[in-house]
Design a protein. Structure first.
Length: 363
């Protein structure tokens, strides 16, 4: 990524297209120094910051938790699994490609082991794998023939690994390290008032995160696409650690498994950018009208929690009351709003227009 040399001004739509391209091409690998890592994140931050909308909205129902969060000045975040869209944060992976790479890693691993075993058999502890390799070496066959003979063990291990990976293909949705908050650029969306604000009976909050973003929060526009994020590289480079660590191989494959894992770590550094990208892709046909931005908080200290709250840092600017909000809820919310000194609006059906449109009226 190299966005800092020349300042280019984009329209809102151009910015989002350029942001999508940037996320596709930017890597933040685990082998970078701290200074290099900070440079990658700083350039990403500097690219996004000028385009953060002055108003981002969050639709809420009049539930106890939602009202308490509003009163206490908190922003609730949750893991992706709690979203109503069951395909949110799902990713695609190409198992054929993964199998090919695993096969290459296996061949490289076994080639190294065979060469060491030929020169220094004592370098490895006694085990069935070592005994098998030494027996094959004593058979006076080539290294390639030895590796091919060992593939019977590899094929059994690969089948087990495929089964375990398939069980965990929704890992991003269940990842408790990352908590997410969803916001939108639109306050007059009938779909969102209906879908996210309890059938027009809830409320919406307006935030201005432009100053806070520079100090405290990671905020990104959602990337709307007709295809899921291709996470083949992610699984290969990032999630392989979690995947293989979760696998309990059968006893016969344990040593092969450990050698296999070490080779993968050495061959592919982790691209940490995928921890961001996996939560930003959504179905273009179904959701692009939402014009969503996402707040991401990655925190290993909250890995046992599905929900957390963070302070709004005085970014809350206004409240909007839904067309069908019950009067007792509205009165209570208005009392809180007056205490906070924020603007208040009613959202109503626009009776002066033949269009199916909502109208925002200041109170």
């Amino acid at each position: 990524m190299n966005m800092g040399k020349e300042k280019i001004s984009y329209t809102k739509m151009q910015f989002k297209k350029e942001f999508a391209k940037l996320m596709e091409t930017t890597s933040w690998t685990s082998n970078l120094s701290q200074e290099e890592s900070m440079k990658v994140l700083r350039e990403l931050h500097d690219f996004i910051q000028p385009y953060i909308p002055s108003k981002l909205f969050r639709y809420r129902k009049c539930g106890i938790d939602e009202v308490i969060s509003f009163e206490q000045g908190n922003i609730p975040l949750c893991i992706a699994e709690k979203f109503s869209d069951k395909y949110d944060s799902n990713v695609f992976y190409d198992y054929d490609t993964l199998s090919s790479r695993f096969s290459i890693a296996f061949s490289m691993t076994m080639s190294n082991i065979v060469q060491i075993a030929r020169s220094n058999p004592a370098a490895f502890p006694d085990s069935p794998v070592k005994s098998k390799i030494l027996t094959l070496i004593n058979s006076n066959i080539t290294d390639s023939e030895i590796i091919n003979a060992l593939r019977a063990d590899y094929d059994g291990f690969l089948k087990q690994m495929k089964s375990e990976i398939q069980k965990q293909e929704v890992w991003p949705r269940n990842n408790k390290y990352t908590k997410i908050g969803c916001f939108t650029e639109k306050i007059d969306s009938k779909f969102m008032w209906d879908h996210y604000a309890d059938g027009y009976k809830g409320f919406a909050l307006e935030y201005d995160f432009r100053k806070w973003y520079a100090l405290h929060v990671n905020l990104y526009p959602v990337i709307y696409s007709s295809q899921m994020l291709d996470a083949t590289e992610m699984i290969d480079r990032i999630c392989i650690t979690d995947y293989v660590d979760s696998i309990q191989p059968e006893e016969a494959y344990k040593e092969t498994f450990e050698l296999f894992k070490a080779q993968l770590h050495q061959q592919y550094p982790i691209d940490l950018m995928y921890f961001i990208k996996m939560y930003l892709y959504k179905d273009k046909a179904e959701y692009s009208h939402e014009r969503e931005w996402r707040m991401l908080k990655i925190d290993q200290n909250s890995s046992d929690q599905e929900f957390i709250s963070i302070p709004d840092m005085n970014c809350l600017k206004a409240i909007y009351y839904g067309p069908h909000i019950k009067s007792r809820y509205k009165e209570h919310l208005r009392t809180i709003a007056k205490t906070k000194g924020i603007r208040e609006y009613d959202v109503i059906l626009d009776r002066n227009s033949r269009k199916y449109s909502l109208k925002v009226v200041p109170l």
